[in-house]
Design a protein around this ligand. Structure first.
Ligand code: H79
Length: 490
């Protein structure tokens, strides 16, 4: 007898229903099959939905990060000494922090750099001041990049900034203290999955291990390294510096069990520490919420097409390198940085913008110039960035006929906060701006109480028609680009 009320459709389901109704053995087989599939899905994380308590804990943990929007990424290590030039080989672009790998430098030769690392001009307070001036709310430092050198005092290896350099100072500790004093959150970048200083097992074109020093290295080497070095170092970081965030850069070396082990250890030592998705993998997660992390890291310099419905962050560089590269002059403009920030934030993301300080401890001047300009924009327009969430659409292409003719520079991004919508208009509208997404047909429920432009005292008129909301333009520009209309709704 068919189960009353059970509406099954489609051939597979019809067959299943037939078998269910006609054979006891089939009934058992079918149940067993369903159980096996369910357990496979559960074990691979498909069915393992976070509990209400886990969701509430993540909600509390992620709050500061969600509101912060803008942070400073710092790539600093022994690679800052060659800074893009190794012997007579000049790298004009690309990741300077990859020098050891690109030039297949033997450990015995590369480790000599530690004896030369003496950044006497390093001043943690000055770096934090630059970040603050730019409007950044957190800082993430490469405590160990793929090269394998620890930029913090570690009991697990003498190959660290305090024990192996003439500098002898714990730069990580100094930055943590300076951040805490200035009210900035602090995060540790830590590369678990690549370490060119140590044998890590067989790599390939993707995993890129050090095969020039360790050609016979086995998978067991990675397991040993993970158990006896990488995980204990992460624990050292958590206990000694109490970071607010851990930033991993995974490249498929850990097993699922090792990811779980690392995750549990972090949660135990510091339940409030925010963890990025690369603890698990570099690719965009296959399910949301992704397991073992609090937010998604998009690809290096990759801005997502749309809001993923989960916190995310873009690690961005200002030229083509993250580590200091004296030869790389491909700087993006401050304007482009602001456009990217507006784009990212309108899609619910954070922008972790990188600087690559020199081996003297100086943030390069082109980076400072850009950060100061971004900060000046943030002073006026930060209200449209911090603490905002996505609106019903993230952006809109404005009518180029209505502006200065440069269509690409004339797009808009939207952010929202309570009953306020911010329209970040990238180009300067000469006569008026038409926000199509706010037309009566598109958004009948929206009733606008008042309109203004951030940084401008001039009166702005808004009139909502069927095809859009027309906004007038003040006589004086409050800033150079990316003008923000503030719309208060009833
Ligand atoms: O820390 C920065 C990069 O060094 C790191 N992630 C950011 C935040 C990173 N690790 N792995 N990858 C990025 C991906 C690897 C990219 C590669 Fe290549 C492309 C490896 C080989 C080709 C670029 C070019 C690096 C070496 C050659």
């Amino acid at each position: 007898m068919a189960t009353p009320g059970l509406q099954v459709t489609g051939l597979p389901l019809t067959v299943a229903r037939f078998l269910w109704q006609n054979s006891r053995t089939m009934k058992k087989t079918l149940l067993l099959f369903i159980l096996v599939i369910a357990s496979v899905l559960f074990n691979t994380g498909f069915g393992a939905e976070p509990s209400a308590a886990e969701q509430a804990a993540r909600e509390a943990r992620i709050k500061w990060f969600r509101d912060a929007k803008f942070g400073m990424f710092i790539h600093w290590g022994l690679y800052s000494i060659p800074g893009g030039t190794w012997k007579d080989k000049v790298h004009k672009s690309g990741y300077s922090e990859w020098m050891m790998f690109s030039e297949k430098i033997p450990v015995k030769e590369y480790e000599q750099l530690a004896g030369k690392f003496n950044p006497v001009k390093f001043d943690a307070t000055a770096w934090v001041a630059v970040a603050r001036k730019a409007g950044m709310k957190y800082m993430v430092l490469t405590t160990k990049h793929h090269e394998g050198f620890s930029m913090f005092k570690s009991k697990l290896t003498p190959y660290n900034i305090v024990d192996a350099t003439p500098f002898k100072r714990d730069a990580t500790g100094e930055l943590v203290d300076a951040c805490r004093k200035a009210g900035l959150r602090f995060g540790c970048y830590y590369s678990v999955d690549r370490d060119w200083y140590r044998p890590q097992g067989p790599g390939n074109n993707y995993k890129q291990n050090n095969r020039w020093d360790y050609p016979d290295s086995k998978k067991e080497d990675f397991d040993k390294y993970f158990k006896e070095f990488a995980k204990p170092q992460v624990e050292e970081l958590l206990s000694n510096y109490r970071p607010d965030l851990l930033w991993f850069d995974e490249i498929d070396m850990k097993t699922d069990a090792q990811v779980e082990e690392l995750y549990q250890s972090i949660r135990k030592l510091r339940p409030d520490c925010v963890i990025n998705s690369r603890i698990q993998g570099c690719r965009f997660p296959s399910k949301i919420p992704p397991p073992h992390c609090d937010y998604i890291t998009s690809g290096d310099n990759e801005i997502l097409e749309k809001a993923p419905g989960f916190e995310w962050e873009n690690p961005g560089s200002m030229n083509t390198s993250y580590g200091y590269n004296q030869n790389d002059h491909n700087w993006v403009s401050a304007q482009e940085i602001i456009f990217r920030l507006a784009d990212i934030v309108s899609k619910g993301g954070n922008y972790l913008l990188n600087v690559g300080p020199t081996s003297e401890g100086i943030i390069p001047q082109p980076s400072i110039d850009r950060l100061v300009e971004v900060g000046a924009w943030m002073d006026i327009n930060g209200e449209a960035i911090y603490g905002t969430s996505v609106w019903k659409v993230h952006g809109e292409k404005a009518d180029p006929g209505k502006g200065d003719g440069k269509a690409a520079a004339f797009n808009m991004h939207f952010t929202a906060k309570g009953k306020t919508i911010y329209v970040i208009c990238l180009g300067w509208p000469e006569k008026e701006v038409l926000v199509k997404s706010l037309g009566r047909k598109e958004t009948p429920a929206v009733e606008i109480k008042s309109v203004s432009m951030l940084g401008s005292g001039e009166e702005i008129k808004g009139s909502q028609g069927d095809g859009g909301l027309a906004l007038t333009v003040p006589k004086e520009k409050p800033c150079k680009y990316a003008f923000v209309y503030k719309l208060e709704l009833r």
